[in-house]
Design a protein around this ligand. Structure first.
Ligand code: C5P
Length: 232
């Protein structure tokens, strides 16, 4: 898979997500399904969106004991998603279990991506709540290299970290980056943002874009603009 734009379909019902996806009559975008939609509608929503011809990033961020994650990943791999994820904080052993569970009997599997530290966790919270005293950048890179050691395909990170992740974990280790905004757009609650063109320049492999597309007056045009800036 090459560079692609993934639309974060942060909707709470099938009705809303289909009203949105129905607008895409040409090229079928890669979509991210998160906890909100998955918990509201169950696994059938994944099968239905897949049957419409979309690639799917199932963003459920698993984190549990290795055996539970392994067995859960085996169930998710049967949904035929293209990418899924977990928390690197679950340890290398949990990530190895996840990969094993995710691998189908024919040897194929979805891409598996790790979340390092959530962007909602800053240095102060990490130190006070989690008792992790190292600088957060170092923690993020350590978690990314743990993910690489476990054999995962990449990490979710800020586009600002993508270059450093590639330096640390290799050029082929994927960086999936949210926090993308158009140069003339509203940044909303995101703090550190980049345009699709800047994300391309710095080496992001996939950008995850939500509101700049989902809340646009013309979502298809906004999506095509992202593709033109990032992929072409
Ligand atoms: O609407 P917006 O473009 O901000 O959406 C970004 C998407 O990426 C959302 O689904 C958000 O939960 C997700 N995300 C993020 N920052 C992270 C990890 C995930 O914005 N660090």
């Amino acid at each position: 898979m090459g560079k692609d734009v993934i639309i974060a379909c942060d909707f709470s019902s099938a009705v809303d997500v289909y009203a949105f996806l129905d607008k895409f009559t040409g090229r079928k975008p890669f979509v991210k399904i998160g906890m909100e939609l998955f918990y509201a509608e169950g696994p059938q929503i994944v099968r239905d969106i897949k049957a419409r011809g979309h690639k799917i990033f199932l963003d459920l961020k698993l984190h549990d004991i290795p055996n539970t994650v392994k067995k859960s990943m085996a169930v998710l791999s049967r949904l035929d998603v293209d990418m899924t994820n977990l928390h690197a904080a679950g340890t290398i052993s949990m990530m190895e279990g996840a990969l094993e569970g995710l691998t189908r009997p024919d040897g194929t599997r979805p891409l598996l991506i790790a979340v390092t530290q959530l962007t909602s966790t800053d240095q102060e919270r990490m130190e006070n709540d989690l008792l992790i005293k190292e600088p957060i950048d170092k923690v993020v890179m350590h978690y990314a290299s743990n993910a690489a050691k476990a054999g995962l395909d990449g990490v979710v990170c800020s586009p600002l970290e993508a270059g450093k992740v590639h330096d640390t974990c290799g050029a082929k280790f994927l960086t999936v980056t949210p926090g993308v905004r158009f140069a003339d757009g509203d940044i909303g609650d995101q703090k550190r943002v980049m345009t699709p063109a800047e994300a391309k320049k710095i080496g992001s492999d996939y950008i995850v874009v939500g509101r700049p597309i989902t809340a646009a007056e013309d979502p298809v045009a906004a999506y095509e603009r992202c593709v033109a800036e990032f992929c072409d």
